[in-house]
Write a protein that binds this ligand. Structure first.
Ligand SMILES: *[C@@H]1O[C@H](CO)[C@@H](O)[C@H](O)[C@H]1NC(C)=O
Ligand SMILES: *[C@@H]1O[C@H](CO)[C@@H](O)[C@H](O)[C@H]1NC(C)=O
Ligand SMILES: *[C@@H]1O[C@H](CO)[C@@H](O)[C@H](O)[C@H]1NC(C)=O
Ligand SMILES: *[C@@H]1O[C@H](CO)[C@@H](O)[C@H](O)[C@H]1NC(C)=O
Length: 187
C-alpha cells in the first residue's frame, strides 16, 4: 500500500514535469497560432469604397522595443501590453469603417484568449523573476505610443481613412509580436 503510493507519487511527479515542458510547447504553438489568427482577422477588416489619400503619419513606434533585448518575463509583458492596447483601440468607434462586427468579435475573443494564457504562464514565472512591470519605462513608452494612435483617431473624428491608417500600423507591428513569441520560448 505504502509502496503503491510512492510509485503513484513518482508517476505523478514525472507526469507533471512532462506536462509542464509539454505545456510550454503547446503554449508556444498556441501563441503563434493566435497571433497569426489575430493578424488574419485584422487583415479581413478591409471595406470597399473610395481609397484614402495616403497619409504618412508616424506614430513613432518606440525604438526601445527591440525583442532581442528582453528577458522572458518582460517579453511576455510586452506582448500582453500590446494585445491589450490593440484590444482597447478596437473598442473605439469604428462605425465609419463598415467593418464586420462578427470579425471584431472574433478578434476580441482571440485577443482575450491569448492574454488569459499569457497571464497563466506569467503566474508560473512570477516567483523566480523580480522584474516589475508597473514602473517599467518600456510599458510607459508603449502606452504613449498607443495613446498617440488613440489621439489621432479622436482628432480625425474616427473617420474611415484614419482607421485604415491605424489598422495599417497595427498590422505592420505584428512582426514585433512574432519576434517576442520566438524569444519567450528560446531555452
Ligand atoms: C476584403 O477581404 C475579403 C476577405 O479577406 C476579400 O474577399 C475581399 O476581396 C476584400 N475586399 C477588398 C476591397 O479588399
Ligand atoms: C461614431 O463616429 C461617427 C463618425 O465616424 C459619428 O457619426 C458617431 O456619432 C459616433 N458614435 C459615437 C457613439 O460616438
Ligand atoms: C461578417 O463575417 C462573418 C464571418 O466572417 C460572415 O459570416 C458574415 O457574412 C459577414 N457579414 C457581412 C455583413 O459581411
Ligand atoms: C512599426 O510600424 C511602424 C509603422 O507604423 C514602422 O515604421 C516601424 O518600423 C514598425 N516597427 C517594427 C519594429 O516593426
Amino acid at each position: 500500500m505504502a509502496n503503491g503510493s510512492i510509485v503513484q507519487m513518482a508517476l505523478l511527479l514525472c507526469f507533471s514535469t512532462t506536462a509542464l515542458s509539454m505545456s510550454y510547447d503547446v503554449l508556444q504553438f498556441q501563441q503563434r497560432g493566435s497571433i497569426s489568427a489575430c493578424w488574419t482577422l485584422i487583415k479581413q477588416l478591409n471595406g470597399t469604397g473610395h481609397s484614402c489619400l495616403q497619409n504618412t503619419i508616424d506614430f513613432k513606434f518606440p525604438q526601445e522595443i527591440q525583442p532581442q533585448k528582453f528577458q522572458k518575463k518582460e517579453a511576455m509583458l510586452v506582448i500582453h501590453e500590446m494585445l491589450q492596447q490593440i484590444f482597447d483601440l478596437f473598442t473605439r468607434n469604428f462605425s465609419s469603417t463598415g467593418w464586420n462586427e462578427t470579425i471584431i468579435e472574433k478578434l476580441f475573443g482571440e485577443l482575450n484568449w491569448q492574454m488569459d494564457h499569457l497571464e497563466a504562464a506569467l503566474v508560473e514565472i512570477e516567483k523566480e523573476d523580480t522584474f516589475t512591470w508597473e514602473k517599467s519605462t518600456t510599458r510607459q513608452l508603449l502606452q504613449d505610443y498607443y495613446s498617440r494612435i488613440g489621439k489621432y483617431l479622436e482628432t480625425k473624428l474616427y473617420s474611415r481613412c484614419a482607421w485604415i491608417e491605424v489598422r495599417r500600423h497595427i498590422l505592420k507591428n505584428f512582426s514585433v509580436l512574432d519576434k517576442l513569441i520566438d524569444l519567450i520560448f528560446k531555452n
